[in-house]
Write a protein that binds this ligand. Structure first.
Ligand SMILES: Nc1ncnc2c1ncn2[C@@H]1O[C@H](COP(=O)(O)OP(=O)(O)O)[C@@H](O)[C@H]1O
Ligand SMILES: [Mg+2]
Length: 243
């Protein structure tokens, strides 16, 4: 199904008064793979949490496909927008990997057969079928990150949002995560500090700083722009710096 996400003039202030986002306008079109870059505290995670209604904008609106995000559309929108948190321990809470992945599809009321198919497909997508019976807390960090992604893939979202998918992974884990992201056909938005991953995988980049969008364009143009990058607390990716 075709699915775009539109943020229209979205502002958000946390209850303690922190202004996190200020009049953000963004359109993510169907099938795009997009990097969301910005220094710590820029508002990346806030944008993600707004996208499926975990947080509610103080101003503006968010439109997913043909639905405007409101209390009434929360449920269908959460079925379309899958969020993978930075810390896999925020996503995994069952006693086995299998049950963690089955949890969402079961809650959606799918048949037992369909649930098992979803679990099998999601495990295959992350190449971790052999860990199905394991306890999530016994896995390596990199395995946990991929299982956390599998729990979301099993919901077959049209739109996938990943917060720092490559952070704290060793080189092999990072490479596996990158190949996995590359294979995802849905629309993908990735908040990351991994500029080389953005360069390699994500054709479009949005840079936010201080809760505002400061650049939006082709990744390889933006990331090679030293003045732009430095002025927003970023650096050049290694592929540019050492070429
Ligand atoms: N739960 C919260 N309560 C209050 N302020 C928060 C909370 N989460 C984030 N913030 C603040 O909102 C701003 C944006 O944060 P965040 O979206 O987490 O940025 P990023 O993910 O880009 O590092 C920062 O000033 C941060 O300190
Ligand atoms: Mg964050």
């Amino acid at each position: 199904m075709s699915c775009s996400i539109i943020y229209e003039d979205v502002s958000f202030t946390y209850p303690n008064g922190t202004d996190a986002l200020h009049q953000v306008n963004l359109t993510l079109r169907h099938g795009e793979h997009v990097a969301l870059l910005g220094p710590n505290g820029a508002g990346k995670s806030t944008i993600m949490l707004l996208s499926n209604g975990i947080l509610k904008p103080n101003q503006g609106r968010i439109v997913v496909g043909d639905l405007t995000l409101t209390a009434d559309t929360l449920k269908p929108i959460r079925q379309r927008v899958g969020l993978v948190f930075q810390d896999p321990d925020d996503q995994l809470f069952m006693t086995t990997v299998h049950d963690d992945i089955a949890f969402g599809p079961l809650n959606r009321g799918l048949s037992a057969g369909e649930v098992e198919q979803r679990v099998a497909d999601a495990l295959e997508a992350v190449s971790l079928t052999h860990l199905s019976a394991k306890a999530p807390h016994d896995l390596s960090f990199g395995q946990k990150k991929r299982i956390a992604l599998a729990t979301v893939l099993a919901m077959q979202p049209d739109f996938l949002i990943l917060d720092e998918p490559s952070s704290n992974l060793d080189p092999r884990g990072r490479r596996q995560m990158m190949e996995l992201i590359r294979s995802i056909p849905s629309t993908v938005l990735i908040a990351t500090h991994d500029l080389d991953m953005a360069w390699e995988l994500l054709p479009r980049t949005i840079i936010i700083d201080g809760g505002q969008v400061v650049a939006d364009g082709p990744t390889r143009e933006l990331l090679a722009d030293e003045v732009l990058m430095i002025s927003h607390g970023l650096e050049l990716p290694a592929v540019v710096k050492y070429s």
